[in-house]
Design a protein around this ligand. Structure first.
Ligand SMILES: Cc1ncc(COP(=O)(O)O)c(C=O)c1O
Length: 351
């Protein structure tokens, strides 16, 4: 057992924290006239009814997500992108100047950025050469101030899933919270860790509507964990973190989930074409397998290729400065027209 104790890892000043409360969250019953929130009673400038504050509990959208994910609404938090969830987790559990998170680079940079912003320490234990966790080193590196371990699976920028046996080892042996960021899970052939939140009280799973759902502009991050962890995040989040448009759109999207499956299939077939095309190019040294909507590729000279593509009006991500990613570019799967332009440019490139 991990010896996980929610009250031990929660920042002490949050034990009796009273969340911001509005008249509308306090009031029970029916009303027709709302004069409690200093809102404007008229239509918004430009038309539309955005004059009212959204529901600060996000109850309707959380219920919809809970139904879809087969968990209780009390296990679900929605945030302004999963980046906000990362920030809420750090602020709930890590005392600035004292506590630490642990990350395994190369991985999603916002884990570190968020910790640094909050004056929280960062222990970095690089992935091994197969882009998997070095669990022995991780266990050696953690101490009583290590509160959170962030794992990204499928991992950005490498694209691979992290072995579930290694994650289970950490879940069973770590006293803090294991956060699994599943931003790209819809593109993989595997189950979400959400199915195990009842089994592991120290498991927290983050997903997003920015990738497979095609809704990055609406900023919707989804968090799943025990009622204790979800409860504190729900308490400390900004009251109106989900705007009315995103809120209503998300509820609608869950009724149209077939569209998401179709887009995912399309992107997976474009991913295959991208990998095949890359593998045929003489300057490509390695095309990594991918369970995400991007592909990491090692080339002879990444800076040169990156600049060549820029000159063709094509922006990819140069990840060469990250550990284990020397001369590597991360290329996102575009639509067939975008990919056609990319393939043409790649075939014209001379090393
Ligand atoms: C692993 C990972 N997590 C989270 C995010 C950000 O998600 P969101 O748009 O929900 O903030 C990204 C974006 O690229 C990502 O790669």
């Amino acid at each position: 057992m991990s010896g996980f104790d929610f009250n031990k890892i929660l920042r002490p000043h949050l034990r009796d924290f009273q969340a911001y409360s509005s008249a509308r969250t306090e009031f029970r019953g029916k009303a027709e006239v709302f004069l409690d929130a200093n809102e404007n009673p008229y239509q918004s400038v430009g038309g539309g009814y955005f004059n009212r504050y959204p529901d600060s509990s996000n109850f309707a959208v959380r219920s919809k997500i809970a139904e879809y994910r087969k968990v209780s609404v009390d296990n679900v938090v929605v945030a302004n992108g999963s980046d906000e969830l990362i920030d809420l987790l750090v602020r709930a559990f890590c005392d600035p100047g004292k506590d630490k998170i642990l990350i395994c680079p190369p991985t999603y940079p916002m884990f570190k950025t968020t910790a640094v912003l909050n004056n929280v320490g960062v222990t970095e234990i690089p992935l091994n050469t197969k882009f998997q966790l070095d669990t022995a080193q991780i266990f050696e590196a953690i101490d009583e101030n290590t509160k959170l371990i962030f794992i990204n699976s499928p991992n950005n920028p490498t694209g691979n899933l992290i072995h579930s046996d290694d994650i289970k080892l950490l879940l069973n042996g770590f006293h803090g919270l294991i956060v699994i960021d599943e931003a790209y899970i819809d593109f993989a052939d595997t189950n979400s860790w959400i199915n195990l939140i009842d089994h592991y009280p120290n498991l927290y799973v983050i997903q997003t509507m920015s990738k497979a759902w095609g809704m990055a502009g609406l900023r919707l991050g989804l968090g799943f964990g025990s009622t204790d962890v979800s409860g504190i995040l729900q308490k400390i989040k900004p009251p109106y973190n989900i705007n009315s448009v995103s809120n209503n759109w998300a509820i609608k999207a869950f009724d149209l989930i077939g569209e998401k499956y179709q887009m995912v299939e399309l992107m997976r077939s474009e991913r295959l074409k991208l990998q095949q095309t890359l593998r045929e190019l003489p300057f490509v040294e390695k095309v990594y397998d991918s369970d995400a909507n991007f592909v990491l590729v090692k080339v002879k000279n990444a800076d040169k290729l990156y600049n060549f593509l820029l000159n063709q009006g094509i922006v990819v991500r140069n990840r060469s400065k990250l550990p284990l990613c020397e001369n590597s570019l991360r290329i996102c799967v575009g639509n067939s027209e975008e990919n056609r332009k990319l393939f043409k440019a790649l075939r014209e490139y001379k090393d």
